[in-house]
Design a protein around this ligand. Sequence first.
Ligand code: ADP
Ligand code: MG
Length: 694
Amino acid sequence: MFIRQLKQPVTALKGVGKGVAKAYENLGIETWADLLLCAPRSYEDRTSFTSLSEIPDGGQANTIVQVVSHSYFGSGKKRTLKVIVRDADESGSQRASLLCFGRNFLERVLRIGSLFYLYGQFQRHFHELQSSQFEMTPVLPDGSLPHDFGKMIPVYPLSGILTQRIIRRDIAGILGQCGVLENELPEYIMKEHQLLDTDSAIRILHEPESQTILKSALKTLAFTELFYLQLIGRRKTNSTRTGNKNLKNTEITVLENRFIHSLPFSLTKDQMHALEEIRRDMALAAPMNRLLQGDVGSGKTLVAWISALRVIQEQGQVAFMAPTELLARQHAEKAAGMLEPFGVRIAFLTGSVTGIARRNLLKALEHHDIDIIIGTHALFSEDVTFANLRYIIIDEQQRFGVVQRLSLLDKASYPDVLMMSATPIPRTLALTVFGDLDISTIRTMPVGRIAIVTYLVSNQSRERMYAAIKVEFSRGHQAYFVYPRIESDGNSNLRDVESMFKKLSQEMYPGIPAALIHSRLPENEKVDILLRFNRGEISYLVSTSVVEVGIDIPNATCMVIEHAERFGLAALHQLRGRVGRSTLQSYCFLVYEADLSDDARQRLMVMKDSTDGFYIAEQDLLIRGPGEVAGTRQSGFLKLRFASLTTDLPLITEVRTAVDSVLKKDTPLLSASHATIRNVLLHAPPFEERSMEL
Ligand code: ADP
Ligand code: MG
């Protein structure tokens, strides 16, 4: 019951309509759990009291007052209520004026003679204390003090039409309804590290009584966050794996060998090296925990499949998790084409596989009639059971929440894990967070790849670009046109998918088959379009950045990115990586608006000058500063709400010892029966395509 409550969308709260929900979404808040974890930017400390008589020359008042009288000044529209109040304590001598600009309705609220809690900033003016910035909360008839009296008041990040009052109201609403929040950490860890329970920590976060208690709450929340973050990288490394793990040697298996020799090309040196490293890991008693990084198209996925063959030959099952349904499907199709001839049984599972099909599939998985299952985060739904899951491959790992990655691990005892990323992660960062994560890097591109030629195209000189692409069409090649928006919002100058689709298909390329694709299309339509694009029935796609990740159409040679100045380097690099995936010469056109900012100009120059993902990531760091490590902030990777990787180093160390001791005890921490906030995050959809559309 309770976990369902936490999963509810914010709109399930009284008073939260579309506008507020939209504003919350901008802050990354969709569910009640998100809202509970919304960390205040700062706090207003109202714990020490200051009466009016203590600030005769002005300053901050924080006290109880009585309303003395009302009057008005100004006339017409400017007629403004002025409320005289005085200290409610015995002294009662000091008076002050509250100027109610735009708030004349307060006449009805601030009744003469009644007591109010007052918080406000006062100035001495015309021989009186005045304030136009104040908050008043009634002291209740029974004399009880208002809720925020003498507390530390949280100040939340805002967006859109949100106000502090709305966020405070909504959080208080949830805390009032949600009962006691379940604990996220084992008792003994809490004791040992002097942490609060989750319920107290969250409540204190939003309603702290003092600085001291707030400190413990913040420590608890940062600790919990780092704890779960580290769990994924720090599984039982010091214990031997049980079960049927027979891969004692590092020799290449028969199946691997046959497959490699069947390829129409040879592996690159870096691919072979990565495979060796993986083989070595797999032969060890401790489970593999490896990050395979390399540029888009460098052949990471192929490495993953080859290493999967090794596991399959030893009767293990393999789970391959992709960030979106579209990508999962594409991987499944490609894998089927490559691996089924070798007797590998492949299945595809996402949230959209339901009913009998799903039941049959799950049964087959449980009976080991499936060797490789490819899917989205649906792979770790509660009803999915494996006969012998030994190997988990995570594509574009930065797009998954840590907890999502972690929960897949629950499906097996000590599986080997390979995470793939085209966004290089600074090594120190990875080590700090993931503990014993190993890294393989593919730097060399497959031979025969011709570097993509990148042109910067000013908005006015686009005609030549259209002409050049027409030539590519005449050669039977294909193109992508990417725009930041799906549809026009009427007044902005941003070109959008819908109007440009019309323009391209009617004016530029009449008679050339095209399709429009964006995140709002139903999944099956998207898939159908990509299949037709893949078969060459469509010559160009007009799309949003949904094509950013992983889509692999070797015959596509042109990538047009409009309003390129609005995209970050990581996104531009990913998008450009959709072309140049064969031996054909490919082109990338970055169309920009005049009046580029310095940063935007630098980004575009970097793109023009380099196709090296590692170099681009470094430049990204230089241009944006270390505050936003390549792609991490947008992608949700390392989405830390409470902990800081720079200032919390001692805490990170402390958490490591805690994680160690939990791993020794082997307590399941994220089983779906736990109604914790973290389990809600776990079931949230992964970072979605739509959030990449501007
Ligand atoms: P990544 O996962 O790094 O984006 P993929 O493994 O999907 O890259 O490879 C991209 C394309 O290059 C695929 O079509 C793949 O079959 C092909 N490929 C992979 N390795 C090589 C290689 N050594 N030589 C030629 N082509 C390769
Ligand atoms: Mg890939």
